[in-house]
Design a protein around this ligand. Sequence first.
Ligand code: CA
Length: 620
Amino acid sequence: MKKMLSTLIFLLFFCINFTLGQEIKRVEPEFWWVGMTNPNLQVLVYGENISDLSPSVDNGKIDLQQVIRTENPNYLFLNLKINKNASAGTFNIQFSKDEKVVKQYSYELREREEGSKQRKGFNNSDVIYLITPDRFANGNTDNDNIEGLRDKVNREKPGGRHGGDIQGIIDHLDYIEEMGFTSIWLNPVLENKMPDHSYHGYSTTNYYKVDPRFGSNELHKKLSKKAHERGMKLIMDMIPNHCGSEHWWIKDPPSDDWVHYQDNYTNTNHRRTTLWDPHASKIDKKQFAEGWFVRTMPDLNQDNPLLAKYLIQNSIWWVEYADLRGIRLDTYPYSGKEFMQKWSCRMMEEYPNLNIVGEEWTDNPAVISSWQRGKKTTGNYESCLPSLMDFPTQMAISSSLTSEEDWDSGMIQLYRSLANDFIYPEPSNLVVFTDNHDMSRFFTQVNEDLKLFKLGIIFTATTRGIPQYFYGTEILKANPDTDDHGVIRSDFPGGWPDDEKNAFTGEGISEKKKEAQSFMKKLLNWRKNEEVIHTGELTHFLPKNECYVYFRHNKQKTIMVALNKNAEESYKINTSRFQECLKGKNSGTNVLTGEKINNLDNYKIKPKSGVIIELKPNSK
Ligand code: CA
């Protein structure tokens, strides 16, 4: 009887809602925090004909400053001001019709964690491990396939889902930590309700929800906390430029200008220089910033202030919620200069010590430097972005190791790449890397030559900047004869219950792969505590006989790095040439082998090998 009654009440309630057609389907962000630097909050409310209702709030410390209606009656945007004296808890947003409250939503305000504002982002002491979550480890086979999400697991398909998830990463934090990585950047983990190729995560269909095949919001936060307990930092990949074509708001956009080129599909021209080029035509600029990245990724119009605010708040929400220590910002220039300035400055205002690295894929340092905080450019434009991916140096690493030595090719390219540092406000805050998820594996780049591979790894670990490596680089993952991204992002052996080989334990892994793995482990663990590598000055010398020599030095320590690419000849160190850094020091220790070097003058760097020498200070 009781059950019948409650069913009846439910039905009645449902009918009222249904007839009014004003069921609240979404409220975003779902909750917020008190004590944020900026007291303003914009809440999106979505429901059929919701704009017919008049919202109000029942808390004197929260001001509903503005209610914005768009041409779509299914949306309301509420501009709230959370006053300083507001306390954590809930308040009601009431929705009235004909002065009668017909709907109520209990909105939650949370307490911020202690020190939230001052959280420290990843920095020079860190080494970043980039993981494609679908391809690293399957820690929960129960979430491989989820009802309602069409893209099902198929490990045979390079572009299919393979089942990896956040639990798999949590399960292998020991491995990641032991390898010497101190920060983890995950390719995007938010929901990608796409029919195929959903595994890479770059087609967001819900900005507030982790894809259930990866786990949940709670699990993402748990990973962050678990990493943090080990002194490791979680970096989240964010994409404000575009969403996935299956995003719920694409089916029912708030306004006609929510997405660019909604009715006449236009692809971006990918010509990133257009934003800075003083000669660029308006049409080219427009097509660059407003064209779609690809057909399945609608280009969002950040000139719409509601959308701009939505995206900025979403980034803040994730930092605050998941206790992030960094952001990697996808396709940075594609959202245009104005929005990226707004976004980055707002982020840094809220979290002045956070680090954010932007992706600007170009070989041109002038373009990259124009995005970095502290650089005044045309029209006094200055962005607040602290860090960028050092693509020019990545290209130089690959090219210098594989091209013939000549006046302008070979090791000189590496030297020249760093010589461009004068153009950056803060070169030491660039992220240096050998490869990532969008390019050939580093081992493939160096034609599967383990010796050249080691030179590239030594360089990235000891030059200025923050090193980043792609999962599997340490076990020489390769993509011979193909550029297929699904192959580049292949599964990490041992991450799946039925894997025959296991790179976490070494089982079934070739000696060569094990050698690379232990080499990186040693190098990165050594780097962890070497302040001179993190923040010391860098002095380099023109490469000679295919050998590139540089020093990292501070008041306490001097480290000498010599990278000899010459396949035939050893490189004899000419100590008189390096005196400005050696300052009489003539002995030291090879940090990778432990070998003592008593007389640097007689020391030879073997063909195709690199050494890192910690110099013994002069006796006083
Ligand atoms: Ca799974």
